[in-house]
Ligand binder design. Structure first.
Ligand code: SF4
Ligand code: SF4
Length: 128
């Protein structure tokens, strides 16, 4: 029994840390500035929702996705041109693109810490 309590305690520490960090990030999110490097459009597979697909279809881009992922050409999203998103201001840009690197869990906002994103690295350095 003691072992279970100790295990539960240690398993809870990362969750608590994430919770605190989530609060801090939500509060300081305005300081986060994208470097527009395009890495997230090259190094991730972009998932599209049913709603994203409907919008892309209606905008005349039914080939922009394959299954539940954005189509990739030469190792990057089909809409990435010169390191910039060519549909950045369009309403049919997939929802997940506007959210990265933030995500919501249990009503709290978090930031994914990913080595390829210089903006998150900078943000975390700034907060130390
Ligand atoms: S749609 Fe634009 S923001 Fe989204 S992955 Fe493609 S290039 Fe990047
Ligand atoms: S990897 Fe980060 S800094 Fe680069 S474009 Fe994506 S969100 Fe912006």
């Amino acid at each position: 029994m003691t072992g279970v309590i100790v295990a539960a305690f240690f398993a809870g520490i990362p969750a608590y840390y994430m919770y605190i960090r989530g609060v801090m990030l939500a509060r300081n999110k305005k300081k986060w500035k994208c470097h527009v490097c395009g890495n997230c459009c090259r190094l991730r597979e972009i998932e599209v929702t049913v709603e994203d697909k409907k919008k892309l279809d209606a905008a005349g881009f039914p080939d922009a996705y394959i299954g539940d992922k954005m189509r990739r050409v030469n190792g990057k999203c089909v809409f990435l041109k010169d390191d910039k998103c060519s549909i950045h201001k369009e309403s049919y840009r997939p929802e997940i693109c506007g959210e990265f690197p933030f995500f919501c869990m249990y009503g709290m906002e978090y930031m994914k810490v990913v080595s390829f994103c210089p903006a998150t690295e900078e943000f975390l350095k700034d907060k130390k």
